[in-house]
Design a binder for this molecule. Structure first.
Ligand SMILES: C[S@@+](CC[C@H](N)C(=O)[O-])C[C@H]1O[C@@H](n2cnc3c(N)ncnc32)[C@H](O)[C@@H]1O
Length: 321
């Protein structure tokens, strides 16, 4: 089975096995998962055991990627041993029928797909996803709930604040800002905040979101580099769930180099999720290597410090020389 397993782009649902489009399902009675779906859902249960804990919404998003029918997922969970976490997952499905339906719709419309290796297909993917549900497009585990997304944003902001990475004299760049959910949360704690976003529909949402914030600007770029920003012009670059797309489009190395150029000496590059390849050891080795090559010290290389989601955190600091 391993050879035919495909890893899907998931925005925060960090593993999922889903059936390739080319594999036909046998006709099964309604409500019965096929072998691929069952294997995908079992993989989520095993992954959750391996990690000891998965935030329930993250687990449900992963289950839906494996099997985009909430009723079938609920049936599968009913058959599992009713541990505390399985009960919590069942509760999420029971309470968030609409949100689970949104994820199913994103999947049906190919708005959550295996990442292809070019920027144009990444942009198309987000165009499709934004048209269905811009909030869920940012993080599947939000299940389309803006309040849940904001709880995650506040958790990241607090992590940054506790490490004194924010401040009234700090200029922050949000790389791949999407609908701009982080910007209102960060703006009161920074001198200025620039959001960079290559997808037109998302940049429009971000502008709307931030229209009353005097110290925020959204830049629609072509996604190839940070050429708009002069050398040493910012103090912290935050990239939440955007590096997996840069990795897929072979632009990650260049963006680490660009970050080193745009950051002032001593500036911070905070990356949450490097890739969706699900090989943590490789991700960490790659980040360490790039950090070394582009003049960063590694202050943190992996680990999942958040409670609302399972983002893996990397913190690099530009050497002062
Ligand atoms: C999963 S979304 C996360 C958005 C936002 N950071 C958040 O956490 O809400 C990934 C974002 O990365 C952006 N992205 C993808 N490729 C990019 C590139 N080459 N340059 C900048 N952003 C990119 C996407 O357009 C999208 O907004």
């Amino acid at each position: 089975m391993a050879a035919s397993v495909r890893k899907y782009a998931k925005k925060s649902a960090t593993i999922a096995i889903a059936k390739p489009a080319s594999v036909a399902s046998p006709a099964l009675p309604a409500g019965v998962p096929d072998a691929w779906q069952r294997a995908g859902m079992r993989a989520v249960v095993l992954e959750s055991r391996r990690r000891r804990r998965l935030p329930p919404r993250v687990a449900v998003a992963m289950l839906l990627v494996a099997c985009p029918d909430p009723a079938v997922v609920a049936g599968f969970l009913k058959q599992q041993r009713q541990t505390r976490q399985i009960v919590a997952w069942r509760r999420v499905i029971a309470r968030h029928g609409t949100g689970c339906g949104i994820i199913a719709k994103l999947l049906e419309n190919r708005a959550v797909e295996p990442l292809r290796d070019d920027l144009a297909s990444v942009i198309e993917l987000f165009d499709r996803a934004a048209a269905i549900d811009p909030v869920a497009a940012m993080a599947l585990h939000s299940l389309g709930d803006a309040g849940e997304l904001e709880r995650g944003s506040v958790e990241v902001m607090r992590w940054l604040k506790q490490r004194r990475l924010l401040g009234k004299n700090r200029r922050l760049l949000d790389l791949g800002c999407g609908i701009g959910r982080m910007l209102p949360v960060l703006a009161p704690h920074c001198a200025r905040v620039d959001g960079v976003e290559p997808v037109a529909a998302l940049a429009r949402h971000a502008r709307k979101h931030c229209r009353d914030l005097a110290n925020v600007e959204i830049h629609r770029t072509d996604g190839r580099d940070l050429a708009k920003f002069p050398d040493g012009s910012c103090d912290i670059i935050l990239a939440i769930d955007s590096f997996p797309y840069l990795v897929a489009a072979h632009l990650a190395d260049l963006h680490v180099a660009e970050s080193a150029r745009v950051l002032a000496p001593g500036g911070d590059l905070v990356i949450i999720n490097w890739s969706y390849d699900h090989d943590a050891a490789t991700d960490r080795a790659v980040v360490r290597d790039l950090a070394e090559r582009h003049g960063f010290r590694v202050l943190r290389c992996g680990g999942r410090p958040f409670t609302t989601w399972d983002g893996e955190l990397f913190h690099l600091r530009k050497r002062r020389r």
